[in-house]
Design a protein around this ligand. Structure first.
Ligand SMILES: Cc1cc2nc3c(=O)[nH]c(=O)nc-3n(C[C@H](O)[C@H](O)[C@H](O)COP(=O)(O)OP(=O)(O)OC[C@H]3O[C@@H](n4cnc5c(N)ncnc54)[C@H](O)[C@@H]3O)c2cc1C
Length: 329
């Protein structure tokens, strides 16, 4: 009989794994959000659209480049080209071009994950509750207690804290997954009903509570008749303020933007603030030298995501393929 595999999370890790395992097993992907993509997310607020999580991805590894090639040919993935400036309250503005291709999915970052989900059984709006062992396998239920079926193997791609919660009763408290630390990030989204006229399309921000600013509407396949801008806080600032009142966070970050950019961003036609509680792997945390993904054969549990190496789409894709090889071996 075919093995039944449950994958928790429909981001890049979960869908890469599902694509690899789907020809060999009965795979079901469970996703708590109403769409696929995870942190490869796009917020639509017509006529504006914002990639408020992943900004772009590189293709340094030949396997990932080979995976992308047909999507580049079809126009689903395209290179985002232009000038990037560096803003620094302590120095004068400098600019440069990127020295390697930076890709985006079109028309929004989640579009690549949508394509990857074709032909895969994905249950959206379905938050899996902490696992319950059922004989040699696992019985999954959602947060309202609804049964989701019995599975021979469960793979979580949820961020580490959430994966630990899902696996809680079955993972020893000293398990390495408990040691992984993620950093937060706040994303501000601004929209204006007019075209972007400046000669640059993104900015790195140094010595500030802000880290990055992207003119989202300059990415290929976006509505260039309007201006959609995404501004990210620094991860250090966000982690220190992650539980602050969102009104306070907005006030602080918008004041910071005014001082960095010396532009008045005070009257946008659209504004929104998003909190990413588990945005990126905390590289500064010494204990983050864990060797994930993990696959506990005896427990029939596995987990994969960006916490195993680096918070980069390309690395997540490689990690998920590595785990798929282990499971299929
Ligand atoms: C602000 C920000 C900027 C970034 N910028 C870049 C960048 O420019 N370039 C780059 O390469 N990378 C970037 N990254 C990192 C990149 O987005 C991540 O490394 C990658 O998307 C992680 O993919 P994943 O599948 O491991 O996790 P996720 O995308 O987080 O997917 C996990 C999924 O699990 C779901 N889930 C969690 N718990 C449950 C549950 N109980 N039941 C069901 N579903 C559940 C979640 O809803 C989510 O969809 C950025 C990330 C953020 C947040």
């Amino acid at each position: 009989m075919q093995k039944k595999i449950a994958i928790i999370g429909a981001g890049m890790a979960g869908l890469t794994l599902a694509q690899r395992l789907h020809p060999h097993a009965a795979v079901v992907v469970f996703e708590k959000a109403r769409g696929v993509g995870g942190r490869m997310a796009t917020r639509h607020a017509d006529p504006f659209a914002f990639d408020h999580g992943t900004q772009f991805f590189t293709a340094r590894h030949h396997d990932f480049a080979a995976f992308l090639a047909p999507h580049i040919s079809s126009g689903l993935v395209a290179e985002w080209k232009g000038k990037v400036i560096t803003l620094d309250p302590l120095k004068k503005i400098s600019d440069r071009l990127w020295f390697e291709p930076h890709y985006v999915a079109c028309p929004g970052m989640a579009s690549l994950c949508k394509k990857m989900a074709e032909g895969i059984q994905v249950q959206l709006n379905c938050e899996v509750a902490p696992l319950i062992q059922a004989g040699p396998g696992w019985s999954l239920v959602d947060n309202s207690g609804r049964g989701l079926g019995d599975f021979d193997l469960v793979v979580s791609t949820a961020p580490p804290v959430q994966t630990c919660r899902l696996f809680e009763s079955y993972l020893p408290t000293a398990h390495r997954l408990y040691q992984v630390r993620m950093q937060a990030c706040f994303a501000m989204m601004f929209g204006w009903q007019k075209k972007w006229e400046m000669p640059w399309m993104a900015a790195r921000i140094n010595n500030s509570a802000l880290d990055w600013l992207a003119i989202n509407s300059t990415k290929p396949g976006r509505n260039a008749a309007v201006t959609s801008i995404v501004v990210h806080s620094s991860n250090t600032w966000a982690t220190a303020h992650v539980d602050d009142d969102l009104g306070e966070v907005e006030r602080a970050l918008r004041a910071e933007l005014r001082s960095v950019l010396q532009e008045d961003f005070d009257a946008p036609d659209y504004f929104s603030l998003h909190r990413w509680r588990y945005a990126l792997l905390d590289k500064a945390h010494d204990d983050n030298t864990v060797d994930l993904p993990f696959y506990e054969h005896h427990l029939k549990l596995a987990s994969v995501g960006d916490w195993g190496s680096r918070s980069r789409i390309e690395d997540v894709w490689l990690e998920a393929n590595f785990l798929a090889d282990e499971i299929l071996a």
